[in-house]
Design a protein around this ligand. Structure first.
Ligand code: NZQ
Ligand code: ZN
Length: 385
């Protein structure tokens, strides 16, 4: 295990009814709030009304940035930054899934930066100060509620880039699993695939972390147990609660501390979203089994063996490759069982942009679990067509 500093300071209010703590969660940071939300789901399910009532009752004033897109755009971030600067916003309050929270994070950083917020997306070292962020999560997937990252797109340039800074980690997050009961079956499945992928990115690493990997396996089993169940039983609180807490722990740094972790499938997926605007978790579900098959070799087979035995319960009596292949097949079958597409063709992706996407993805994969060049990434895309 490598040396590390553990510091994951987000205060979590977890469970049904925790919105009652919203005023307390916001108060230390100021009275002028920027509400950030997406296309209107929070108006349909009543969360918007509840939040605005609490703000009014407790003497907060608020401005709104609405219409944050899935795969949030830099143009929307710029609007939010302008509101913050013009209105003297003191605290940023996103209510939604990862897109809304990511947008809010870069708005909060951009509000304290003199240049264009795209600079922050390209280079997190521009960040020196960030307005405090308090989140209300409505979709279990990205872990943005407890991590330092944000992913923003410039669709004109087909760029979707991740940025991250410790100051962008939310101060507090309200996680009420019942808020996710209105998430569609498709988004629930995609979210579960995303959580699993965050765990895989930390699990498949060249540095051992025995304890971290056992935690990772527990989280994966939680996703497998409850993901498909929540797809079929959207209002099952226990399923929603387990997925929500798993989403936060998959990516809040805990699993990667002490290991050397360089993500692989995420950079490959972000290119698909940048060029075709597809749902992030769907792209991951399509690519993951193909990536697994591609990197399975004599160096990695022991790790896949561990994955097969500890996560899928495959018999340890079998040969290493047999266990590994079964585990990969079961991973693919699980995504399919949740109703997710399993080919790029199904989401409208053909061969036309594979070269440029592979080239851009490969620039982040030099130090991956198994380093991949553009040609190899293209082979994985081709296998997934
Ligand atoms: O916009 P609204 O109307 O709210 O609808 C959203 C959206 O259409 C809907 N939704 C959210 N909560 C709902 C709901 N519908 C009904 N009931 C609810 N309670 O779901 C749709 C998708 O929302 P979105 O926020 O886009 O989904 P997700 O949370 O999966 O976020 C995806 C974005 O996060 C990035 C992805 O790349 C993508 O841009 N990621 C962020 C990461 C991070 N910050 O650490 C890491 C991830 O790997 C990922 O890259
Ligand atoms: Zn992800």
């Amino acid at each position: 295990m490598e040396p590390f500093i553990y510091h994951i300071p987000t205060k979590i209010y977890f469970g049904k009814g925790q919105i009652e703590h919203l005023a307390d969660a916001l108060k230390p940071y100021g009275n002028k709030v920027l509400l950030v939300y997406g296309g209107g789901s929070i108006k349909k399910n009543g969360i918007y009304d509840r939040v605005t009532d609490i703000l009014k009752e407790n003497g907060f004033t608020y401005e709104e940035l609405s219409g944050v897109e899935p795969n949030p755009r830099i143009t929307t971030v710029r609007k939010g930054v302008q509101i913050c600067k013009q209105k003297g916003i003191e605290v940023v309050l996103p209510i939604g899934g990862g897109s809304t929270i990511d947008c809010a994070k870069v708005v909060a950083a951009g509000a304290c930066y003199d240049g264009d917020p795209w600079d922050i997306v390209q280079d997190a070292s521009c960040v020196t100060k960030v307005l405090p962020i308090v989140t209300i999560l409505t979709l279990s997937a990205t872990g943005s509620e407890m991590d330092t990252f944000a992913v923003i797109s410039d669709m004109d340039a087909n760029d979707k880039l991740g940025t991250g800074h410790p100051l962008m980690r939310p101060m507090a997050s309200i996680l009420d699993p019942s808020y996710t009961e209105t998430v569609s079956a498709y988004q629930t499945a995609a979210g579960t695939a995303d959580i699993m992928s965050h765990i895989f990115e930390a699990y498949f690493s060249n540095v051992q972390g025995y304890m971290q990997d056992r935690m990772a396996e527990g989280l994966l089993k939680t996703c497998i147990h409850y993901g498909a169940y929540a797809v079929k039983h959207p209002d099952d609180y226990e399923a929603r609660a387990n997925l929500m807490w798993a989403s936060s722990w998959a990516i809040n740094d805990f699993l990667k501390l002490g290991k050397v972790v360089e993500w692989t499938v995420h950079p490959m997926e972000h290119e698909l979203s940048a060029y075709y605007d597809i749902t992030h978790g769907v792209g991951l579900a399509i690519l993951t089994p193909h990536w697994m098959r591609y990197v399975l070799n004599d160096n990695t087979v022991k790790k896949f063996r561990e994955y097969g035995i500890n996560v899928w319960g495959i018999s340890s009596d079998l040969d290493d490759y047999e266990i590994a292949n079964k585990a990969i097949d079961q991973t693919a079958a699980y995504f399919k069982e949740m109703g997710l597409p399993s080919t790029l063709t199904e989401v409208g992706i053909g061969t036309e942009k594979l070269d440029i996407m592979a080239q851009k993805a490969a620039s982040a994969l030099e130090h991956a679990y198994m380093p991949l060049n553009a040609e190899q990434v293209k082979e994985i895309y081709m296998a997934a067509l």
